[in-house]
Write a protein that binds this ligand. Structure first.
Ligand SMILES: N[C@@H](CCC(=O)N[C@@H](CS)C(=O)NCC(=O)O)C(=O)O
Length: 296
């Protein structure tokens, strides 16, 4: 697709944020880049690979960023197959924000990743006007605060509901994402069985959480996709691939009817559809990685 923008020196590209196509590739040959816009935010987007002001390593610290400022620059370092970067892409897409996406090779991390997240050296990292933000849940909150009033809010307005949403997001990380990994790559059958039991228990609990949080509406966030939806949304492809990868039926029409319907509904929404990996591709890749691990 042609880039509706103007190339500038020093790797800078100015785009109209009103680019309408779902995918605009801004290719530097070595790394995949991706700029996405769902709605036309009436602003200019500046995409740049210029210097990074790192609040984790420099005394300079974070500058105050005014929400709704006229120009912004968002770049996300991620990986297509992980749930953590995926939740950030989902959040950006649901809020209709344009961003540049850089796919990281985790076996050969870019200098930009290493300098942006020198502590954990992990993705995702969101770089906003040169300021890196690390840890997916912190990034989601940052996006929601800085772009308050642009697109739907992720976190609820009421502090109590906000606390509950954060609780379930942490629950998903600790009780679903981590055990799922154990179920998938456990070193022994015992470890895999433990992972499977814990994952299934988490799914049951999330069915109850969805019933309570949604109050009969389609999402954890109620009528709209919210914080917990995008956090769990990062796991959708893995959940859909679980049977093929682990031989376990994770969601069940009678045991977890709400979650099953949620997953289908979520996966069909345009902001999710354009970014969620194809399940077959994920399954094939994950099997290959697991086989490589077994040989080590
Ligand atoms: N708690 C982190 C987890 C991030 C994470 O584990 N990222 C993985 C990819 S899915 C990673 O970068 N791994 C590279 C490594 O461990 O070296 C978050 O929520 O952002």
């Amino acid at each position: 697709m042609a880039l509706p923008g103007l190339a500038l020196p020093n790797s800078q590209i100015v785009l109209s944020a009103a680019c309408t196509g779902p995918h605009v590739t801004v290719g530097r040959p070595s790394r995949a880049r991706f700029v996405y816009s769902l709605t036309s935010v009436n602003r200019k987007l500046i995409v740049s690979s210029s210097s990074i002001n790192n609040p984790y390593t420099t005394a300079g610290g974070m500058q105050q960023v005014a929400a709704g400022e006229d120009e912004h620059e968002l770049k996300l370092l991620g990986t297509w197959r992980g749930p953590f970067a995926m939740r950030v892409r989902l959040a950006l897409n649901f809020k209709g924000l344009s961003y540049e996406y850089q796919e990281e090779d985790l076996a050969n991390k870019s200098d930009l990743l290493l300098v942006s997240n020198p502590v954990n050296k992990k993705v995702p990292v969101l770089i906003h006007n040169g300021m890196p933000i690390c840890e997916s849940l912190a990034i989601l909150e940052y996006i929601d605060e800085v772009y308050h009033g642009i697109g739907p809010s992720l976190l609820p307005a009421h502090p109590y509901q906000r606390a509950r949403a954060r609780f379930w997001a942490t629950y998903i990380d600790n009780k679903l994402v981590a055990p799922w990994w154990k179920m998938f790559v456990g070193k022994t059958d015992k470890e895999k069985d433990e992972g499977t039991k814990q994952t299934l228990a988490a799914v049951d609990m999330l069915e109850r959480a969805l019933r309570e949080c949604s109050k009969g509406k389609p999402f954890f966030g109620g009528d709209n996709v919210g914080y917990v939806d995008v956090v769990l949304g990062g796991m959708v492809a893995r959940m859909q691939g679980t049977e093929a990868l682990c031989g376990v039926e994770l969601l069940h029409a009678t045991k977890t009817p709400l979650l099953l319907a949620w997953m289908e509904r979520f996966g069909e929404m345009e902001p999710a559809k354009v970014v969620l990996p194809k399940v077959d591709r994920l399954v094939e890749f994950a099997k290959m990685k697991r086989a490589q691990r077994a040989l080590i």
